[in-house]
Design a protein around this ligand. Sequence first.
Ligand SMILES: Nc1ncnc2c1ncn2[C@@H]1O[C@H](COP(=O)(O)OP(=O)(O)OP(=O)(O)O)[C@@H](O)[C@H]1O
Ligand SMILES: Cc1ncc(COP(=O)(O)O)c(N)n1
Length: 503
Amino acid sequence: MARRIPRVLSIAGSDPSGGAGIQADLKSIAAMGGYGMAAITALTAQNTQGVTGVHTPPASFLKGQLEAVSSDIVVDAVKIGMLADGEVIATVGEWLAQSRPGVVVLDPVMVATSGDRLLADDAAEALRGLLAHADLVTPNLPELGVLLDEPTAATWEDALAQGVRLAERTGASVLVKGGHLAGAECPDALVLRDDDGGALRIVEIPGERVETRNTHGTGCSLSSAMATMQARTGDWEASLRVVKEWLRGALAASDQLEVGTGHGPVHHFHHAEGTVPLAEGEFTAGLWEATAKVRAEIDALAFIAQLDAGLLPESHFAYYLAQDAQYLNGFSRALARASALAPTEEEQAFWANSAQVCLIVEAELHRTWLSAHPLPPGEGFALGPVTKAYLDHLLAASSMGSYAVLAAAVLPCYWIYAAVGEELHRRHVARSAANADAGAHPYGAWIETYADEAFAESTRRAISYTDRAGRSASAAERTAMAEAFRQSTVYERDFFDAPSKYA
Ligand SMILES: Nc1ncnc2c1ncn2[C@@H]1O[C@H](COP(=O)(O)OP(=O)(O)OP(=O)(O)O)[C@@H](O)[C@H]1O
Ligand SMILES: Cc1ncc(COP(=O)(O)O)c(N)n1
């Protein structure tokens, strides 16, 4: 019976480096939505380069582990991996016969990727006997040969024929794996026994080989993921389609892990990266970090240096003020929309108040700064191309209907303006302290407006609300937020640079 969160038991060896064995199984089971458990058959000392030791505790202790689990917990599926020796195999066989779990996947582990033996020489026969307890057996090509007492298949066709022979001989279904084939293809195939125990059916699932050395634990990961998916779906073919695609992604993303210098592990949770729980401030710190290059370009703009040194042409300052007034009007509308979409009353009030403050600041700009710094004669109060593009971007974010994306889109206007203003103000204060003449700075009064504690507080709150929205957003929404934030940061840069182009 299909189970939404299956309880899956791995009976396997421990790999302290985390790439294979029960460690890989528990990650794979969780990645496939199951609840993972592990009864340990043997301890290995190993890393990505190889196995340096194996310690097999008494089989009676494994029996104790299995009984402790099954006397209390319903086991929906079992995955069996490294079994070490004949005594362990006998213990697992007895437990399977007695507890009869719904799904049994057996990965007949004999030799590690590194070439080290994980099964005693004399235990292959005992392992053959255990296959009758399995619903699905997942040998790699050399293991398939050993189980049949035949040479390793040289071609995929030979391997499929061996898979059929193994299924006929054991009564289990067989997953024939193409990982050990040469070439660009990496197919897998299921030799399936119909429910009534009748004819065998081959389902081949093609796949491309991922170019990587990081294949440590792929067999363990595949078999435990298959056990979990089968308990969820009751359909081997549907399970393999999902698991194979997931494993391909895990191999492709394995380089990100940077674990070890040999055959590294696969990235079991590559598909869930965008949904990792984030600490307070982590999401917006990530947005800030990702825009470092654009922000460095802002710091290097002539506009900033000239404003700082008092050398900004008057016409540039007048253009900037006129565009700022236009911008504030549109920005206020975006903030009003953020208020309308806000999930809490606190945020609703914050954005509504900010929208109103924008209009007050715009009126103040007209009344004081713009009348003192009029545009050159003949130039109308036109919406410049950057102002228009920036506002169109905010308008698009407003109409998408996502509060989180809109918050990310309006945030750079707070954060970057505050950061740039704070730095200009810091330098101005330092200059004033060193030089009594600083009062003569033509833009001194403007730079002093940057020391506004109320704006700094609003910036902190805008960051905190955007961060909160990002932390509870879906992976797709987080991506859209990051893009909206990046785009607005680019417009911030272009806005400071616009006077040098259009004034
Ligand atoms: N380079 C690769 N690219 C894509 N898929 C691969 C690659 N290597 C292995 N696989 C897949 O990984 C799974 C395990 O296959 P493989 O034949 O390597 O088993 P294995 O030898 O038991 O694994 P292990 O590496 O754990 O010993 C199969 O689904 C196979 O198709
Ligand atoms: C404990 C344990 N179990 C299984 C394997 C096989 O995995 P691989 O063939 O990928 O090394 C392993 N190396 N260690």
